[in-house]
Design a protein around this ligand. Structure first.
Ligand SMILES: Cc1cc2nc3c(=O)[nH]c(=O)nc-3n(C[C@H](O)[C@H](O)[C@H](O)COP(=O)(O)OP(=O)(O)OC[C@H]3O[C@@H](n4cnc5c(N)ncnc54)[C@H](O)[C@@H]3O)c2cc1C
Length: 505
């Protein structure tokens, strides 16, 4: 007799770990397996966006991430004969507790998530590969193979592929992964650099391409990233090769030393045709891979997981309808596609050899970018997109009341941290109902018919005169921090109807 699980999570990279944290918080019966014996020790992703820090705060890991990381607020663009300094995010993100890009190695991010799971009693089953899936009625039969060769079959209602770019779940579910590989090869090194101003990100822009240094902090002070020179297509990645590139781009002022990790890699731009096929779901790199431009990959994966986890949990508990799961694909596919488009454009501008784009990159962009970014509206739009704070689900079937109400957020928007501390107050498990205006408007007996027997899943917050959103009096915050329902007025029938639809029992 095989054990029957609610959810099997394949892959314990950042996406799988974030999903496991949410499933754990809701008491779902799940297992998480990873074919590798150990966590990855090198850092691939090196930056965490403000929205990811917000989204992870509810699991008690964000403070630790911030403690271990390095918040960078400046970017220095080095041009022939001059340096232009630009602020990163600072001052534009007033509605988040984390108005900065946090540089932290992916290995550290995974370590913090794993430690948290360990405290919650979750064990990642390492050295355990998912090899085969077969839908059988209401369950999926999942074949697991251990490193020492033994096999086990488990039965799960749902299987989530957080198993990276070469996803087994994706291929077993027959989901296509369309896209292309970029022709360029990139070189990466985590190392020490003498002669570089600390605490800020640096980019050297030349006709040959761009060279980046990011303030990683640990296990080395800097992450260097550059395109492999055309004349050295197969040369071994050595400190000498990296130094040659740096000299070519910067003159001879910088000295590289003490590399911790050096590698080369190719990049792809690919997206899964669907994020769901029946009981199979895809999240993270299994669903989308792209260039690291804008530091979006790991962040998008973690947010996929946090969009999906609570939905799976409520459906498995029998408190939400199966239809809720459809909104994972309708909400996250557009986000994934927009990341693929944005990173492709940024990548093309950074690497193209087209003479017009080269001229724009080396001569025009450095002059125009600081001026353009002084225009507050444009700067705000760029920073909010990169920080992932402007992701919204306004057209989702689970967002109700999405027409603009006053100047406040709409249904489908993330809950801003205004007044300061609001996100922390609504970070606990379940939904949070925000009620504004005089507290006497909202006595328990008026709320009872709308809330019904769902009290354990809905926390009520009477904000009184604290509301910064004129016109909005009721806001129901979903477990992932987005507003599901907003309304004005004191009538509660709309709220009751919303809950009957999406949280019927
Ligand atoms: C050089 C580089 C720099 C990057 N920089 C950034 C950045 O600054 N910011 C950013 O957001 N992103 C960045 N990324 C992207 C980021 O590293 C990935 O998006 C992220 O690792 C995806 O996480 P994941 O959990 O979805 O997949 P992965 O990290 O690939 O994890 C998948 C896991 O699944 C396991 N697995 C695979 N198959 C199976 C199976 N059949 N059974 C069981 N387990 C399986 C693997 O062992 C692995 O542990 C960068 C990537 C690269 C290469």
């Amino acid at each position: 007799m095989t054990a029957q699980l609610d959810v099997l999570v394949a892959g314990a990279g950042p996406t799988g770990l974030a999903l496991a944290a949410q499933l754990r918080a809701y008491g779902v019966d799940f297992r998480i397996v990873d074919r590798s014996l150990d966590r990855v020790r090198e850092s691939r992703a090196l930056a965490i966006q403000p929205r990811t820090l917000e989204a992870l705060a509810g699991f008690g890991v964000t403070d630790e991430l911030v403690k271990r990381g390095n918040p960078a607020v400046q970017l220095r663009m080095h041009l022939p004969g001059r340096v232009v300094q630009m602020p990163l995010f600072s001052g534009e993100l007033m509605d988040t507790p984390y108005p900065f890009l946090l540089f932290l190695s992916q290995a550290e991010t995974e370590s913090v998530l794993s430690e948290r799971l360990g405290v919650g009693g979750v064990t990642v089953e390492r050295g355990t590969e998912l090899v085969r899936l077969e839908a059988q009625g209401a369950y999926v039969s999942c074949r697991l193979r251990r490193q020492r060769g033994t096999e086990e079959t488990v039965s799960a209602r749902y299987v989530v592929g957080c198993d990276g770019a070469h996803s087994t779940v994706r291929s077993e579910a027959g989901i296509g992964f369309q896209g292309y590989a970029y022709p360029q090869t990139f070189l990466l090194a985590d190392l020490e650099v003498d002669g570089l101003e600390p605490g800020t990100a640096h980019t050297f822009m030349t006709a040959a391409g761009m060279l980046f240094f990011f303030p990683l902090g640990a296990p080395a002070t800097w992450r260097m990233l550059a395109m492999r020179p055309r004349g050295a297509p197969d040369a071994e990645v050595t400190l000498g090769l990296m130094q040659e590139i740096v000299d070519r781009y910067t003159g001879e002022g910088l000295r590289l030393r003490d590399p911790v990790w050096m590698t080369d890699f190719r990049l792809h731009n690919r997206g899964a045709a669907h994020y769901r096929a029946g009981p199979f779901f895809l999240a993270g790199d299994a669903a989308h891979i792209h260039s690291p431009a804008g530091a979006q990959g790991m962040n998008t994966g973690i947010q996929d997981a946090l969009n999906l986890g609570w939905k799976l949990a409520l459906v498995c508990r029998g408190t939400a309808p199966e239809e809720l799961l459809e909104t994972y694909e309708t909400e996250r596919v557009p986000v994934g596609r927009s990341v693929l488009r944005f990173t492709d454009r940024a990548f093309t501008i950074a690497t193209s050899r087209n003479p017009a784009i080269r001229l724009a990159r080396t001569q025009l962009a450095p002059r125009i970018a600081p001026l353009a970014l002084r225009a507050t509206g444009l700067r705000r739009r760029v920073f909010r997109m990169v920080s992932e704070l402007d992701i919204h689900y306004r057209s989702s079937s689970v967002s109700v009341g999405s027409r603009a109400l006053g100047s406040g957020p709409r249904a489908g928007d993330r809950l801003p941290d205004l007044p300061r501390g609001l996100q922390a107050r609504t970070a606990g498990v379940g939904y949070h109902l925000l009620l504004t205006g005089p507290p006497h408007l909202w006595p328990d007996q008026r709320l009872a018919p709308a809330i019904g027997g769902r009290g354990d899943l809905i926390s009520i917050h009477r904000l009184g005169a604290e509301s910064p959103w004129p016109g909005v009096t009721q806001g129901l915050v979903r477990p992932d921090g987005y507003l599901g329902y907003v309304a004005r007025g004191a009538q509660l029938e709309g709220l009751g109807a919303y809950l009957d639809r999406w949280l019927p029992s």
